[in-house]
Write a protein that binds this ligand. Structure first.
Ligand SMILES: *Cc1c(COP(=O)(O)O)cnc(C)c1O
Length: 363
């Protein structure tokens, strides 16, 4: 069956092989007579699923032993509160604001700590990343937060900053919701990273937190126990019932990623996919993308049609051509094509052909 190409920003496309395997295993997982959804989270069957998922993820992302992998709930948005509750001690936290998501994070953190915006790309309309050499970091900040890929504005850090080289000893906190597993991560530059699974790892409902051991155990007294990283880590992500089915599907995605050649292979594919689409946009008269070329996102490509009256016909015809969910986020308008790992190059080729044909016949 040829399914349409799904360019949704999230919940996003999953690999077809994963969906097929889940369908086959739906009624009877590995001879257990149970669906994964019906298993006790403490059963040996489910324990094998979660342990395998953690081991595969550690392997894929080369996560050092000094970091805990936590499977939590609440999504990236809950982490905007959970992170300051765990890491700020009610004291200082510095934020790099590069688009909607980091801006949302700093606003939420204000409920819990003393927030300082160390850099803000707002004046430039979030079309470029403020250079780290210009960041105004406080020497005694508890942590520095950034969003490594701004899903709405389409900006990506192609390299994480080395805070130590900037004279800052605080840990870096990274919202990698829409970037995780698309490329390798330099863990030597990270204290904690978090992301909802529904962009590039699996279904909604699962939140991944990767946190360095020395950052555990400093949660504020009113932090809910279920959100205290120390408690979650000590209970192997089983302090409360974890999102079992979402963990199972994410585990199938991790095995799929291994079969694809791992994260470096995905990175190479993601570069090729993004280059194909940006090149088509840059060489057209109808489409444009305003983001500085040095920090264009490989995962989320926003673009605009020069004539807004063509937006709806573009979306209608794209849908008829089997190209789904291309409408841009309501806060910025235009279009957005998300090119996560599950999007094959053939999908981007089909989109580019469609865009060229649309421009030829309509513009
Ligand atoms: C989608 C997204 C979020 C929000 O995730 P939820 O699961 O809806 O809470 C946060 N940060 C970034 C960068 C995102 O792309």
């Amino acid at each position: 069956m040829q399914r349409p190409y799904n360019f949704s920003a999230g919940p996003a496309a999953l690999p077809q092989e994963v969906l097929q395997q889940a369908a086959q295993e739906m009624l009877d997982w590995h001879g257990s007579g149970l669906s994964v959804m019906e298993m006790s989270h403490r059963s040996k069957e489910f324990m094998s699923i979660i342990e395998q998922a953690q081991a595969d993820l550690r392997d894929l992302l080369a996560i050092p032993q000094a970091f805990h992998i936590l499977f939590m709930q609440g999504g990236g948005i809950a982490e905007n509160a959970i992170a300051p509750l765990n890491l700020s001690r009610g004291d200082k936290a510095d934020f790099i604001v590069t688009g909607s998501w980091s801006n949302k994070s700093q606003k939420e953190a204000r409920k819990y700590c003393d927030v300082h915006i160390a850099a803000n790309g707002d004046a430039a309309g979030f079309t470029a990343l403020p250079h780290p050499s210009h960041w105004d970091l406080r020497a005694d900040t508890r942590y520095v937060h950034l969003c490594s890929n701004e899903t709405i504005h389409g900006l990506e850090f192609h390299e994480l900053p080395d805070l130590k080289a900037l004279g800052c000893n605080a840990p870096l906190v990274v919202d990698f919701s829409s970037q995780v597993a698309s490329r390798p991560i330099d863990w030597s530059r990270v204290g904690m990273a978090f992301g909802g699974a529904q962009k590039n790892l699996g279904p909604a409902g699962l939140t991944l937190v990767v946190v360095r051991e020395d950052l555990l155990g400093q949660a504020m007294p009113h932090c809910p126990s279920a959100f205290d990283y120390r408690v979650v880590a000590d209970n192997q992500s089983m302090y409360n019932t974890p999102p079992t089915y979402a963990i199972y599907i994410a585990g199938l995605v991790f095995q799929w990623l291994k079969r694809q050649g791992g994260i470096s292979a995905m990175q190479a594919r993601n570069i090729a996919k993004a280059e194909l689409l940006y090149q088509a946009i840059d060489s057209s008269q109808l489409y444009s993308n305003q983001v500085d070329k040095s920090c264009r996102s490989r995962m989320n490509v926003p673009f605009f049609l020069s004539d807004e009256a063509l937006n709806q016909p573009f979306l209608d015809q794209a849908k008829a051509a089997g190209l789904l969910q291309l409408k841009g986020h309501k806060s910025v308008g235009g279009m957005r094509a998300s090119l996560y790992n599950a999007m094959p190059i053939e999908g981007v080729q089909a989109l580019v052909s469609f865009m060229q044909e649309f421009e030829r016949t309509r513009a």
